[in-house]
Design a protein around this ligand. Structure first.
Ligand code: ADP
Ligand code: MG
Length: 615
């Protein structure tokens, strides 16, 4: 073979960074590289099986799909060979030299976000092919594509900064990876060790794995077996294998159906929500099979997007075996299948919420975001999903949540609406002015802490025919509550004159000033005239736009000492009274999240300090 054929390439910068981390990590479970390479071999075989359904002209078409592993103690090396789709020269460059594929990209993102807490990341996350460099001095990848008129190549690297590619004759279809082990990793070349590791990680691979002469795995489609025969450990192992996961599943749902479609499904809800710990948006994780043959490992069209956290397998006999990813997109059958599974899973969650509420609330605090996303954007399942929403409220303990159904069951006879308040946390809501009027009347209010909650409520609009209403809305009519007698409280007439003065003093920034029947402890509050504008405002601000001026209603508490004194001061000390009036208004705006620019407020603060200090 001529050396002119050898091409040297630099790894892409991100890959260099990744390799550096992988090679220097002190990660103890180095054996996971076996799992990663075997799962790549299995993926490649799966892809070939699929390619053969649509392509007539496949190189070495009759070759059996199996995975061969050999260990050579003398040479201190391991070889893993598959007869899958293989890679062309361009594919070798792209797949092994750039960050085009998902797993490693997510790993790097997580690294960036997590900073130094990342010692464990390799463990939580296969870094795929590159994990081989944890144990290898040199990795050689011999690969021959399934395409007839391609050549075979050998890709080699020591993982430091570059790799070489060379044309290589007489290769079988597929990929053979030779790992030359580092001296200190030579235990991996012992056949017994290797066998134990493969058994641990690869018992669910759908292709026969042979180590030397020994067949290792029994090919087993767990999801087709009857529930009563399957042990918990088998389920968990399958989950770890299928989801590439290291945790234990939080929920599992194994079911079959005959109508309207023949379905066998095994769904896992993971323990952790990867999007919460910085892994970015995840791909769908429920694979689609037809009679044990994988059709798509990450089908985008099967389940709604908000179910992307689910892992597992759906197998349906009713799918045509040669369905391609392209035709899946507009297949009514896939959509029907997806609907059946989604409904079933939501029913399952509903049952869990009833039977094991505490466990469900734990689930919801980790995965509730997906449920909320569904309520906000997916009309098809909105009503089912709304029943699964949980929030803290003024009647729950801190950290405990309630469903909307339970809220409704506690509603007072004459209460027609469901109230909620959006705030940073429980403390800030409880100390703010908006809760007061509800509390004094014994009306429950839901506490919402996440920005998405407002869209959820806005889009849901009503639950069980009761309108959802934000407690900082101006047009809420609550019953008369008994007013406590406070000494010096402004009577109706005085308070009316005082409000007129306030309106004149504040000017155009306020639409209306009136005496409140909702306040007990706070001096005043700012309200938006309707829910729409408060939602629009926050939305515009979150998109980085200046929100349009809102019309603010200002309600004051005529029994609050601040207002009583201010009223007295507007004659005795008009200059200070004016400053205090404006300052009070700005404070209320701030509490409401309506204060656009605190500059004036700060300047005014200094004025007040100056004036009071000289007196
Ligand atoms: P992932 O499997 O998450 O895509 P890997 O780092 O494990 O990431 O592999 C990178 C890519 O290299 C794969 O997506 C695939 O395209 C290619 N690849 C790896 N191993 C093989 C193989 N045995 N046969 C064919 N292609 C492979
Ligand atoms: Mg992989």
């Amino acid at each position: 073979m001529s050396t002119s054929n050898v091409e040297k390439h630099e790894f892409q910068a991100e890959i260099k960074q990744l390799l550096d981390i992988v090679i220097h990590s002190l990660y103890t479970d180095k054996e996971i590289f076996i799992r990663e390479l075997i799962s790549n071999a299995s993926d490649a075989s799966e892809k070939l099986r699929h390619t053969k359904l649509t392509e007539k002209d496949v190189f070495e078409s009759d070759r059996e799909l199996e995975i061969l592993v050999t260990a050579d103690e003398e040479a201190n090396s391991i070889t893993i060979q598959d007869f899958g789709i293989g890679m062309t020269r361009d594919e070798l460059v792209k797949n092994l030299g750039t960050i085009a594929h998902s797993g490693s990209k997510q790993f790097l993102n997580a690294l960036k976000e997590g900073g130094s807490k990342n010692d464990n990341l390799i463990g939580q996350f296969g870094v795929g092919f590159y994990s081989a460099f944890m144990v290898a001095e040199k990795v050689s990848v011999y690969s021959r594509s399934w395409k007839q008129d391609e050549q075979g190549h050998c890709w080699t690297s020591d993982g430091t900064g570059s790799y070489e590619i060379e044309e290589t004759a007489d290769l079988n279809r597929g990929t053979k990876i030779v790992i030359s082990l580092k001296e200190e990793e030579k235990d991996f070349a012992k056949k017994d060790n290797l066998k134990t590791i493969i058994e641990r990680y690869s018992s669910f691979v759908q292709f026969p794995i042979t180590l030397g002469e020994d067949k290792i795995n029994k090919i087993d489609a767990l999801w087709l077996r009857s529930k009563s025969e399957i042990k918990d450990e088998e389920y968990t192992e399958f989950y770890k294998f299928q989801a590439n996961a290291f945790d234990e599943p939080r929920y599992r749902l194994h079911f079959s159906a005959d109508a309207p479609l023949a379905i066998n499904a095994l769904l896992f809800t993971p323990n952790e929500n990867p999007e919460k710990v910085g892994f970015g948006r995840i791909d769908p994780g429920v694979s689609l099979y037809c009679r044990k043959v994988m059709i798509d490992s990450k089908p985008k069209e099967l389940l709604p997007e908000w179910l992307r956290f689910l892992k597992g397998v759906v197998d349906s006999e009713d799918l045509p075996l040669n369905i391609s990813r392209e035709t899946m997109q507009d297949s009514a059958l896939i959509q029907k299948l997806g609907r059946v599974i989604t409904k079933r899973y939501l029913k399952f969650l509903g049952e869990e919420a009833k039977k094991r509420n505490e466990k469900y609330q734990e689930f919801f605090s980790k995965f509730g975001f997906f449920i909320k996303e569904g309520v906000a954007i997916d009309m098809t399942y909105r009503d089912d999903l709304a029943k699964l929403l949980y929030f803290e409220s003024s009647t729950t303990e801190k950290g405990k949540m309630t469903s909307l159904t339970d809220y409704v069951s506690r509603m007072k006879e004459d209460q027609k609406e469901i109230y909620y308040i959006l705030g940073q946390n429980r403390e800030s809501i409880e100390s703010g002015p908006y809760l007061e009027g509800f509390k004094s009347r014994g009306i429950e209010v839901l506490f919402l802490y996440e920005p998405i909650d407002e869209y959820v409520m806005g889009n849901l609009n009503a639950f069980d025919e009761k309108t959802l209403v934000s407690a900082d809305q101006g047009d809420i009519k609550l019953d008369d509550a008994p007013k406590p007698e406070v000494e010096g409280a402004l009577d109706e007439k005085t308070s009316e004159a005082f409000c007129t003065w306030l309106k004149e003093t504040i000017g155009d920034r306020v639409k209306e000033v009136k005496s409140s029947d909702r306040l007990t402890d706070s001096p005043a509050m700012a309200l938006s005239p309707d829910a729409m504008s408060s939602q629009m405002r926050r939305m515009m601000r979150s998109m980085g736009q200046d929100s349009m001026p809102v019309e603010v209603l200002y309600e004051i508490n005529p029994a609050h000492p601040l207002m009583i004194n201010l009223n007295a001061q507007r004659e005795s000390n008009p200059e200070i009274a004016k400053l205090v009036a404006l300052q009070g208004f700005d404070s209320a705006l701030m509490t409401a999240g309506l204060l656009e620019d605190p500059k004036d407020m700060l300047a005014r603060m200094n004025q007040i300090l100056e004036q009071t200090a000289t007196k």
